[in-house]
Design a protein around this ligand. Structure first.
Ligand code: FAD
Length: 403
């Protein structure tokens, strides 16, 4: 592949071997809706979990870009495995590695290297895109915090051990801002006050549980508060900086699914004959394949650019991450649908991977910042101005400017 180092080519080779096994079990994972623990063990053995964990924490200290190479390969075979690779390299893990205390980093690294896929808990029933409207509260009580609230659509709820919970922090009745609180489930046991309330049935990525999690007087020691520079006052912004890594990861899974679907379509179009000729000879299909390849290369270019924008200890650039995720998510929906079309009825059958890929692709325009919200983020940055989304947001901005 273009311009990879020898180490990266070797890493990709390792990912390809695991991806072959991932492909073989992807349909079963989808049908049974079971988290693919055997694949987790395989990925862990192959050293594909915790790639971005620094050497001083026992990881190989690879870059976001290296992780992206692995994630695309796995996602083309099994999207659930791809998502496990994202969250065991980016997201909550990235936030802890960047902002955590030595003890927090040790705990997170140990869990991930042992096969954990951490969960990140932001979204609430009444606070989706408007995440800062979250009502989950963490109230200080001496050297601990008591967390109450409800989160939903939490990926990995019920299988993840490390949880990064976003909550509004209060001390002596004062609202300090939004902070991150780290909680670990011991094996299958939930700490008192952390309740995996229910699994939410979902359209795709069925091997990955999505859960509603309730916090009912959950006690978090102060030592497990993740404090980015600037403390709670800048907590949400800094934690969301870390989330840019997760966005690039999600974009890569979308890209990988699209690449997998394209590969199936390219192959089938040359094998399947109608009217006495391979269907690839029909110009209508040739142009579809051409468009699919163009979209894929464009999405890959943005994903790679975003991944490479991350400095050694930093996160990917916000604009680059949003642009990559928007394009990769749209591409995944378009390319998987086109691939299914090229397969005709066979593509619609559950005996072939395309109908699963169409379903799996759908979520990337929703989760981790919807297609609309991310376009607004892109617009804000290219215009160099804030675009408040609340009804009175512009009025408050203007008042602050005049004050
Ligand atoms: P809403 O915010 O209610 O939006 C509904 C519609 O309105 C969307 O089309 C949206 O684009 C549009 N809209 C809203 N506001 C605006 C605006 N200002 N301008 C234009 N359009 C707007 N959350 C977590 O915290 N952790 C997870 O691990 C996690 N995993 C997820 C996995 C899956 C499979 C899914 C589907 C979701 C997951 N989420 C997770 C939640 C996800 O981040 C939210 O779904 C997302 O932020 C959108 O919130 P919402 O679904 O409540 O939609």
């Amino acid at each position: 592949m273009h311009g990879l180092t020898e180490d990266q080519a070797r890493l990709l080779g390792r990912a390809r071997e695991v991806a072959q096994e991932a492909a073989a079990q992807a349909a079963t994972t989808d049908r049974t809706e079971q988290y693919p623990w055997p694949m987790v063990r395989r990925m862990q053995e192959a050293g594909l979990m915790g790639l971005t964990i620094p050497r001083d924490q026992g990881g190989p200290g690879l870059s976001y870009f290296d992780a992206v190479l692995v994630i695309e390969e796995l996602s083309a075979a099994c999207s659930v495995c791809g998502r496990i690779a994202v969250e065991s390299n980016m997201g909550a893990l990235g936030a802890v590695m960047a902002y955590g205390t030595p003890e927090q980093r040790r705990i997170a690294a140990g869990l991930v290297l042992a096969g954990d896929k951490p969960a990140i808990c932001i979204t609430e029933p009444e606070a989706g895109s408007a995440a800062t409207e979250m009502t989950t509260r963490a109230v200080r009580r001496g050297d601990e915090w008591v967390v109450d609230g409800v989160k939903h659509w939490i990926t990995g709820g019920g299988v993840s051990r490390l949880h990064l919970i976003f909550a509004r922090a209060f001390e002596d009745g004062r609202d300090l801002g939004i902070g991150g609180f780290l909680v670990v489930r011991e094996g299958e046991r939930d700490p008192p006050g952390l309740v995996i309330h229910r699994r939410i049935p979902s359209m795709g990525l069925k091997g990955m549980p999505e859960a509603e999690i309730r916090f009912e007087g959950l006690v978090v020691p102060d030592a497990m508060v993740l404090r980015p520079p600037g403390g709670f006052a800048r907590g949400f912004g800094r934690l969301m900086d870390a989330y840019n890594g997760q966005r690039v990861g999600a974009a890569t899974v979308a890209l990988g699914i699209a690449a997998g679907a394209y590969g199936h379509a390219l192959d089938y179009a040359q094998r399947r004959r109608q009217f006495g000729r391979p269907i690839a000879e029909f110009q209508g299909l040739g142009w579809m394949l051409a468009d699919m390849s163009i979209k894929l290369e464009a999405a890959r270019a943005l994903v790679w650019r975003a991944a490479r924008s991350a400095g050694p200890a930093g996160f990917p650039d916000r604009l680059a991450a949003a642009q990559a995720k928007v394009l990769a998510a749209d591409t995944a929906i378009e390319v998987t649908n086109a691939a299914l079309q090229i397969w005709g009825a066979a593509g619609y059958s559950r005996e072939n991977p395309l109908e699963r890929m169409v379903r799996d692709a759908r979520m990337f325009a929703i989760a981790g910042g919807t297609a609309q919200v991310l376009r607004t983020q892109v617009a804000e940055q290219i215009l160099g101005r804030k675009l408040p989304q609340t009804r009175d947001g512009f009025l408050r901005l203007e008042a602050a400017r005049l004050a």
